[in-house]
Write a protein that binds this ligand. Sequence first.
Ligand SMILES: Cc1ncc(COP(=O)(O)O)c(C=O)c1O
Length: 371
Amino acid sequence: MNTQYQIADTSAIFSPALLFYKDLIRRNIAAIIETAGALDRLRPHVKTHKTREVVRMQLEAGITKFKCATLAEAEMLATCSAPDVLLAYPLVGPNCGRFALLCAKYPQTRFSVLVDHPAGAKALSEAMKRTGQQAEVLIDLDVGQHRTGVAAGPAAAELYRLLASLPGLKPAGFHVYDGHNHQEALGDRRQAVEKLLAPVLELRALLEKDGLPVPRIVGGGTPTFPVWAKLKIPGLECSPGTCVLHDHGYGSKFNEMTFTPAALLLTRVISRPTPTRVTLDLGYKAVASDPPAGQRLILLDVPDYQTVLQNEEHLVIETPAADKFPPGTEVYAVPTHICPTCAMHRQAYVIQNGKLTGQWDIVARDRALSI
Ligand SMILES: Cc1ncc(COP(=O)(O)O)c(C=O)c1O
């Protein structure tokens, strides 16, 4: 077992448990800052950890700008006095009014938000106007993921002009998330980013020629972070999320990455129903099930195992070494996708220097805090 994950006394840890290794999180934050090259080029996403204490560690390291996906995450950031928060999600329905309330309640935080359609822009403008405030708005550009956004072309230019004309809104740049760029080779990721950037920079030039500044471009997640970080583009901010905790999904795919898995799961053997079969208390209520069954985690130090079944509260494996895993045996696991895994746990157990030192609330796993 990798000694950096060992815990001296686990008797107060109820499994299945989410473990946060504070020193490793600190190390990942330092590696993120080093990769970005400068603090003002960094806007990490907090969806991965959803935790005030991790935000505070990032603030202590000098990070001032953050990205989030929900109003609860935005409020969590505001309650930590984060200076600058981008809510990177299109707002519709009551969320426009909630965003206006958020801006009014936390005036010490500078908020911005995304828009990708005139309907969203108008609804947001109404909500901001009602409370006498102004929101900075970035256009969400669809650069190939086709999840949200508008392509960098005439409709995007039109939308940016609309933002400049609507009361309560101020156009403030582009959001350029390329979550589809998962090419294994770094060179392939670099080529893909260069290709998607050409129309984005053209659009920026066009708008600026028309007297509409595009001060910020917020780009990328973890896979393309090393690529974006090297670009010399004015107002560029990199927005990786996962790498603060890192996981098996990215760790096993992108071998150039220097991040360390800093959030593990502790599970215990609960049964050994056949001579070669071991059942652990690590069902899919404790680990994200967006990866296919059998690929949702890796167990550390379990030789030659195969996952044969996972239910809500059970993980069943086959291993020739089953006799070494009597009920009660503790096993550590690295989740494949840490972000939704965190959201499945109310709290994380905090480990420092091999000891349990406390618990942190995954406070923004809920959809709403006070607003
Ligand atoms: C809009 C947006 N930005 C940034 C990120 C962070 O990406 P990653 O998880 O690859 O670090 C995500 C992740 O889903 C995202 O949806």
